[in-house]
Design a protein around this ligand. Structure first.
Ligand code: P1T
Length: 385
């Protein structure tokens, strides 16, 4: 079944009762290979790197949720990112938003460079700056919005339009927003990439990634790269993400509601120097977020007064939030981007973005929000001690 609204698609798209047994839940097909009636005569599957029924179900569901014709699943978000960049050739240039996940920066900086693909990272808050930074060899624009960890908001529609005018591919990392809150393909992007490790799976028990597109040619190329390069997810991981997706809408509604409550609490707190949450009127990207998102997400970044010593005491004292990398699970996480997720940037690079020693990033989970607020209170009391 591929019809219905978001919450219906999340539960049914790509899935139908198993023909052999009637099982309502998608079977985990662990087989690495498939019997053929004769050479090349088979039921659509020959070898699990090339295709696997559990992965097909997941890809069907992911495509439906993102409003795409194709979804291509990978073994991690970084594998999905790398597959997209492998469509480029030596000599090509990528123009990226300046605030991206540290691991994405590392792929640009340490991996693609070796193959002659260069990248410039700029603040894309002003689309005019994007236009000015394009080079004759720019083949791809890469934006993460909301970005990690500064939650910058970039105008997908305007940036995708100027990419289209020049035949440049526009890629949006939609990990922080999820397809529940933002639809980049409908806004003109060519490709959407996700770390499925985060909200899509939602339970912090899978590392996965995916790419979605409605461009048939790009879809075919990425399916080819998935098979040829081979960074495919296991059938078990596909099953877990498929299962997690069923509650994506329900989870996102609570993440958004609780994040707003905590962002407002933080904004009024004497020990907080700055709160970054796209839902606050004080956020410079608030108006664009309002235009292109259906909710402002579950991530908050803030500066605690007192720098690294205060930030460290804060994180060590938390009892509900775990001090851990990653995000998007039902459980709340807190982390220190400068030391943890964005250590791959240079100190100058972090300083230019405003990733200081007092910056903390929260992934607001779906526990009782009063317990979360009390936990932050505990952190602030510890930070003062
Ligand atoms: O970890 P992996 O599944 O490979 O996904 C990489 C990735 C891609 N894009 C964004 C926006 C991300 O946030 C990530 C991974 N991020 C973290 C692990 C983190 O804690 O920020």
């Amino acid at each position: 079944m591929h019809q219905g609204r978001f919450d219906t698609l999340a539960i049914h798209a790509g899935q139908s009762p198993d023909i052999a047994s009637g099982a309502v839940m998608t079977p985990i097909v662990l087989s690495s290979t498939f019997a053929q009636d004769g050479p090349g005569v088979h039921k659509g599957y020959d070898y699990s790197r090339a295709g696997n029924p559990t992965r097909t179900a997941l890809e069907g569901c992911l495509a439906a949720l993102e409003g795409a014709s194709d979804a291509i699943a990978f073994s991690s978000g970084c594998a999905a990112t790398t597959a997209i960049l492998m469509m480029l050739k030596s000599g090509d240039h990528v123009l990226s938003g300046d605030d991206v996940y540290g691991g994405t920066f590392r792929i640009f900086d340490k991996v693609m460079k070796q193959f002659g693909v260069t990248a410039d990272l700029i603040d894309m808050a002003d689309p005019a700056k994007v236009e000015a930074a394009l080079k004759p060899n720019t083949k791809m624009i890469w934006l993460e919005t909301p970005s990690n960890p500064m939650l910058k908001i970039f105008d997908i529609e305007r940036i995708a339009a100027l990419a289209k005018k020049r035949g440049i591919l526009c890629v949006v990392d939609n990990t922080f927003a999820t397809p529940y809150l933002q639809s980049p393909l409908a806004l003109g992007a060519d490709l959407v990439v996700h770390s499925a490790t985060k909200y899509l799976n939602g339970h912090s028990d899978v590392v996965g990634g995916c790419v979605m597109t409605s461009n048939k040619e790009l879809g075919e190329t990425l399916h080819f790269l998935q098979k040829a390069v081979g960074s495919v997810p296991s059938p078990f991981d596909c099953y877990l993400v498929l299962r997690g997706l069923k509650t994506l809408g329900v989870r996102m509604r609570q993440h958004v509601q609780s994040a707003r409550t905590l962002a407002e609490y933080l904004e009024g707190h004497a020990q907080v120097a700055r709160v970054i949450y796209p839902g606050l009127a004080s956020h410079p990207g608030h108006a664009v977020a309002q235009k292109q998102m259906r909710g402002f997400g579950g991530m908050i970044s803030f500066d605690v007064k007192g720098g690294l010593p205060a930030a460290t005491k804060f994180l060590k004292s938390l009892q509900v939030f775990a001090c851990a990398e990653s995000l998007g699970g039902v459980e709340s996480l807190a982390e220190h981007p400068a030391i943890m997720t964005h250590a791959s940037l240079t100190a100058e690079g972090r300083a230019a973005l405003g990733i200081g020693d007092g910056l903390l990033r929260l992934s607001v989970g779906i526990e009782d929000v009063s317990d979360l607020r009390e936990d932050l209170d505990r952190g602030f009391r510890a930070a003062l001690s």
